[in-house]
Write a protein that binds this ligand. Structure first.
Ligand SMILES: [Zn+2]
Ligand SMILES: [Zn+2]
Length: 104
C-alpha cells in the first residue's frame, strides 16, 4: 500500500486557454469538464505535486487528501516553467521562474 496521500489528478489547459479540472473522484467516473477554479499543492518538496481542480472537486478532495497549499487558479498557473511562491501570512501564487524576481 502506498502511504502517499496524493491524488493523481492533473488539470490541464485546453487549446482555447480554458483551465479544465479533469479530475475524477472514482476511477469509474468520467473526467470532470468543469473549469478549474483552484490550484492545489498536495506537496511542494522535493517536487511540486500540483492540481488544477474545480470548486466541487476541491470540496470533495480536501476531505480525503491532505493539501499543503492552494490558491485560486489563474492563467499563470498553467504556464510551463512557473514556480509556486509562498508568502508568509499571505496567499501563495504562481510566478514565472525565469524572471529577475526570485523568491529568496
Ligand atoms: Zn472537477
Ligand atoms: Zn497556481
Amino acid at each position: 500500500m502506498s502511504p502517499l496521500r496524493t491524488p493523481r489528478f492533473g488539470g490541464r489547459v485546453e487549446p482555447d486557454g480554458e483551465l479544465r479540472c479533469m479530475s475524477r473522484t472514482w476511477q469509474t467516473d468520467l473526467q470532470c469538464r468543469e473549469p478549474a477554479t483552484w490550484h492545489v499543492a498536495w506537496a511542494l518538496v522535493p517536487r511540486g505535486r500540483l492540481s488544477l481542480i474545480c470548486n466541487s472537486h476541491m470540496e470533495g478532495l480536501s476531505g480525503v487528501y491532505d493539501y499543503v497549499d492552494r490558491h485560486p487558479a489563474a492563467f499563470t498557473c498553467a504556464m510551463p516553467g512557473v514556480g509556486w511562491l509562498t508568502t508568509p501570512g499571505g496567499p501563495s501564487r504562481c510566478i514565472p521562474i525565469d524572471t529577475t524576481e526570485t523568491p529568496d
